[in-house]
Structures are given as C-alpha cells and as structure tokens.
Design a protein around this ligand. Structure first.
Ligand code: HEM
Length: 409
C-alpha cells in the first residue's frame, strides 16, 4: 500500500519506486484512500504512456460523475476545466494558441524583469539574515519569485500580487493546512479575480503574455471560460513546480559544496546544475493522472484494463538505471559536453508528448537568473538544519522541500 501523505515517503520516495521498477514496467498499487492505480516507473514505458492517445487526461468527474453544488465547488470546477485536463482535438487547439503566446522571443524578453525581481527578493533576504541571523530560502526566494513571475505573465498589477500569492497558497496547500472555509473563499476569489482581469484586458490589452492569448483570434481564439481556466492553469503549473526547482537546486548546492564551488568559478556549469536538479529532484513527481480508455497491452505482456487510473512517475523514470548510470547520485557533469559514458539521455521532468510543459523555457530562465545571483550575493551561505530533517510537501504531484533554512558564516 502506498500512503502519499507519509512524511518519510514524501522526503524520500525513491527506494519505493526503485523496488516497483525492479518488478516490471507497471505495477498496480493500492493507495491509502482505498483506491487502486497503475504506477509506471521505467523510462521507456513512461515515454510510451505519455505519448499514447489511449490514455486520457480528462478527469473522471469531468466525464459527468460528480456534480459541483456549492459556490466554491463551482468555482473550482470551472477553473479545473483547463488544457492539461483535456485531450485532442480540443487540447490541440488550446495548445497551439498557448504555445504561440509563449514563443521563445517573448519568454526571453522577460529576462530583464526576472533579474529585477530577483534583486529585490535577494535584498529582502539580506535584510532578514542581518536582522535574524537565519531565514528560509523557500519563503524569501523559491516561493515568491515564481508567483511574481506568473504575475508578470498574467499582467496582474503589482498591488494585487500579495492577494494572488495568498489565495494561491491557500488552494495549493496540503488539505490539512487550513480550514475548509478559508480554502473555499480562496477558490471563489481566484475565479472572481480572473473573471475581472480578463474583462479588463479585453478592453485594455497589456504587454503581458496573457494579453497576447486573450487577443489571438486564430481559429476563433479562446472564449472567456477557456481563458479563466487557462489563467488558473498558468498560475498553478507555473508556480509550484518552479518553486520546487529553486528550493531543490538551492538545497542540492548547499549539500554539495564542491559542485557549488565549481559552478561559482565556472558559471557556464549552471545550466548543467539546473538540468541535473530537474532529473535528480524532479519537481513534478508524477505527471497528472491519466485514464486508460481501452485495454492497453504494455511491452512485457502486462495489460492495463480500460478505466484504470495511471500515474507516470517522472521522478522514477528520471532515475531509471538503464538510462542514467548511478541514478541516485547528483552529478551535473552528466549534462556537460565531453563526459563520455555519463552523458545523460534527456530527462523527463517537463513531461513528454502532447502535454509537454509550455513553460519549460521560462522555468529554466528563472532558475538560471536566480541561482547564480543567490550564491554570488551570499558566498558564506550555509544550511541551518540537518537536510535529513527537512519536511517535504506530501502527495504524489509536486515534490519539494517545504523549508530550506539558511544562515551565513
Ligand atoms: C520547473 C518548473 C516546471 C516543471 C518541472 C514543469 C513540468 C511540467 C510537466 C511535467 C508537464 C506535463 C504534465 C502532464 O503531462 O501531465 C507540464 C505541463 C504544463 N506546464 Fe509546466 N512545469 C514547470 C514550469 C512551468 C511554468 C513556469 C509554466 C507557465 C508559466 C508552466 C506551464 C505549463 C502548462 C500550461 C502545462 C500544460 C501543457 C498542456 O497541457 O499541453 N510550467 N509542466
């Protein structure tokens, strides 16, 4: 049985996934809530499932089972009807428009603003360290930077970003973190906020990516419901994952001082540090749930029956020893040219197939701006806790340290 809320599992799920992988390409697992799911843990099988249209992304409740009957449930249901929860041909249309808005040119143009935001946050971090002697990198950098950047993507006025940060925190927190009323209130506020934002941008387009999407009329463009769900998807897909990347990369650097020293003296190593963090500490532990729409025969003779819930475990695929030698070791040089025998296959931290991450370029840009600046600004930065004691977010979706306490020498 698998209990995703078990703190020990949340911190180190890898031995469990390795034991599943050694038993075969897919395993039927009983979850602590009494349901069953198929977990895919091998690299090749993960790629195959993510590219296979017989596995649907449309959640079962959208197929007409559960009815939303409170205002908060209705708000939540309408925000959840987004592109990641859809299949072709609807997905193809939404995806084409989104990819056009997230063109490399537009994303790269955000670099200057991300630099400014990082500088502001690092000034706050310096103040905290000076006043208190210690602080938390998640609170000061890894959480606020992606939220602020998504604020830029969506063209949210700066004065509203604290609200956005607060509502996002509430709906994205583990279920036991807040009373239900507080979470319900945040769902409704998010829906109302985005509804007003879209109306506003229809009249007065900004120079943000969301305005590009709102005003792209290709194939009839997106209607208001689609835009509402898209705003929510961008917020959610964009912030928790990038928060995890920044938190895990900082932690890995602090626990691998030789790698940190090498990156500081050879800044061209930072891209390899980021890629190896994505592989070794994959921010999305599992891709979103798929459902088998028919019986599917996998290589090796296993059949996944129609109607089964299927989770491709990206964190496990990225540590498949058939593809990554010494998979549990953090070695950025796998991603450097000229490391014969070690050079990695592409990792799958950003997924694979039709739902491959739209924001991968933006996430990499954020990390490549923030991390070198963090360690250049605080050369004596040290972890202020035993890494084995750090709590991790529970659940099978996002894996991330909840705290990275630091101090300076
Ligand atoms: C380190 C950061 C990130 C990671 C690891 C990540 C990972 C992923 C993965 C694995 C998927 C596919 C999920 C699946 O197939 O079930 C995905 C989809 C997506 N991501 Fe990201 N993501 C990151 C950052 C971002 C950012 C910054 C944005 C936007 C601003 C973003 C927007 C999206 C969207 C819109 C999708 C849905 C694509 C579709 O359905 O076609 N992501 N991401």
């Amino acid at each position: 049985m698998l209990d995703p809320l078990d703190p020990a599992f949340a911190r180190d799920p890898y031995p469990y996934y390795a034991s599943l992988r050694s038993r075969g390409p897919a395993a039927r697992v009983r979850l602590a809530n009494g349901t069953h799911a198929w977990l895919i843990t091998g690299y090749e099988q993960t790629r195959a499932v993510l590219a296979d249209p017989r596995f649907s992304n449309v959640p079962a409740q959208h197929a007409g089972r559960r009815k939303a009957d409170s205002p908060a449930q209705r708000a939540r249901a309408c925000l959840a009807q987004h592109m990641l929860n859809s299949d072709a041909p609807e997905h193809t249309r939404l995806r084409r428009l989104t990819a056009a808005a997230f063109s490399p040119r537009r994303v790269d143009a955000m670099g200057r603003r991300i630099e400014e935001l990082s500088t502001q946050l690092l000034a706050g971090l310096a103040k905290r360290l000076k006043e208190d002697g210690t602080t938390d990198l998640v609170d000061e950098l890894a959480f606020p930077l992606p939220v602020l950047v998504i604020g830029e993507v969506l063209g949210v006025p700066e004065s509203d970003r604290n609200d956005l940060r607060d509502w996002t925190y509430r709906v994205g927190s583990p279920t036991d973190a807040f009373e239900q009323g507080v979470v319900d209130d945040a769902w409704i506020r998010l829906r109302d906020y985005f509804t007003a934002l879209i109306a506003d941008k229809r009249r007065f387009p900004g120079d943000d990516l969301f305005s590009v999407l709102i005003h792209d009329a290709t194939d009839g463009g997106l209607d208001d419901d689609e835009l509402l769900a898209m705003a929510f998807l961008l917020l959610f897909a964009g912030y928790e994952t990038t928060m995890s990347l920044l938190a895990s990369a900082s932690l890995l650097m602090l626990t691998h001082p030789q790698e940190l020293a090498a990156a500081i003296s050879h800044p061209e190593r930072w891209p390899a540090v980021v890629e190896e963090t994505l592989r070794h500490a994959s921010p999305l532990e599992g891709a979103t749930w798929r459902r088998a729409t028919e019986d599917v025969n996998l290589e090796g003779g296993l059949t996944i029956p129609a109607g089964s819930s299927v989770l491709t475990v990206l964190a496990a695929a990225n540590r498949d020893p058939d593809h990554f030698p010494d998979p549990d070791v953090f070695r950025p040089d796998r991603h450097m040219p000229g490391s014969p025998g070690l050079r990695a296959r592409p990792h799958m931290a950003f997924g694979h197939g039709p739902h491959f991450c739209v924001g991968s370029r933006l996430a990499r840009l954020e990390a490549l701006i923030a991390l070198p600046r963090l360690f250049a600004a605080f050369p004596g930065l040290r972890l202020a806790a035993d890494p084995a004691d750090l709590p991790y977010r529970p659940g099978l979706l996002v894996r991330s340290p909840r705290l990275v306490p630091v101090t300076t020498e």
